[in-house]
Design a protein around this ligand. Sequence first.
Ligand code: NAD
Ligand code: UGA
Length: 441
Amino acid sequence: MKVSVVGTGYVGLVTGACLAEMGNDVLCLDVDPNKIRILEEGGIPIHEPGLDLVVARNVKAGRLHFTTDIERAVAHGTIQFIAVGTPPDEDGSADLQYVLAAARNIGRLMTDYKVIVDKSTVPVGTADKVRAAVADEIAKRDTDAKFAVVSNPEFLKEGAAVDDFMRPDRIVVGADDEQAILLMRALYAPFQRNHERLVVMDVRSAELTKYAANAMLATRISFMNELALLAEKMGADIEQVRLGIGSDPRIGTHFLYAGCGYGGSCFPKDVKALIKTASDEGQDLKVLKAVEAANDHQKHVLIEKVTRRFGENLAGKHFAVWGLAFKPNTDDMREATSRVVLAELFQRGATVTAYDPVAMAEAQRIFGDEPRLTYAENPMGALDGADALLIVTEWKEFRSPDFDRIKATLKSPVVLDGRNLYEPGLVQQFGLDYEGIGRGL
Ligand code: NAD
Ligand code: UGA
């Protein structure tokens, strides 16, 4: 099938590459010439495990192309995915300017039947707006080209994006046009594996499903984070509690890990957007507001642990920070807890040496030439002269460190672990003063 993908970011590039992998003829469009240049030169503009290989294989096979030429992209695909960003507006709602600009471009240039697929995360009612924008552009021209608008939200996670796309739990398709549903079924047939994963529903339910999924996952995390704070006070261990409740299949084991707060480009913005959508309808989403407030607080929990030990004024103190990305296996620092932790340390007068396996270039872009921030070439290199080690992201390479060396290198042997990487009893045997999140034993 001929497919165009508008927006070649995390979602667009993964969608394009994985659809090409299944034999489709895919053209990815972006307005950012820099991204397209990197892709045309054989690189990829983001860190996403395995994606470079899928891209390279399909470029070589002649099934995956990149362009900044809108006319070419609109002419190419019968199926036009819109996978542009939907960042939060000032009032928390999703900013639809990129989605609607993409829709207008398609309407302005299309000459034959198109299935226009909203892949971006968009509020309920956006498909209607996309349909109106396309129809408006078509009406300005002498053509009666037909089109359908489909909602096909994406559930991939960064760091595991290729696998998530290739082996989806479910594929949600919101549509009311029979021909479009048939085309979507055919497109996704190779991803079904051995049982039906396509969930076809009405467009508005599909749009709401995406927000419901992210809001539910964020709720689980904030709930566990609040319980972790209680566990600390009560002398209980949240890791034991997690195992104790997760074994109930009605609860399940996933997304119950307490930590120093959820970040990323999606949970924070989608929780905000759903709260705003509801309030526009006169409904107060009390649970979700609490989820957001609990997460905002959780991003400061590591700093509270620091100030409890070192005082409110941290002038003259130096800290090692392991992990800058919002989660492992990505260089993405959007809404990362590290940004809150670093900003607070700087504001209180401390200096920092940070290490992250892939996100240091991104940190340099964000923090510029911040004089209080230096970078280390490896985890141990960050510890020299530090009053404590703060662990913010659970990269695998932090999981089995040389505890003796950590003890010998730190100025005071304090390890504050925002991701519960180690067994407290074990680390304490090495003479380290170790504190995780919610480990009150
Ligand atoms: P991104 O910022 O990485 O990529 C968006 C791309 O769209 C950018 O490269 C930008 O230059 C391009 N663009 C903007 N306007 C354009 C236009 N008119 N024509 C062509 N290109 C245009 O964003 P992302 O992380 O891929 O997210 C895209 C959408 O998918 C968002 O709605 C997001 O919520 C959703 N989503 C993201 C993830 C994720 O893990 N990142 C997962 C599921 C859903
Ligand atoms: C999330 C969802 O998991 C995807 O299904 C969804 O498609 C995506 O948002 C999106 O809509 O963009 P992502 O943000 O890439 O994916 O990463 P997650 O693995 O969900 O992690 C998000 C944050 O939650 C991270 O900061 C992580 O550290 C934190 N987290 C996750 C916890 O604190 N505890 C957990 O148990 C799980």
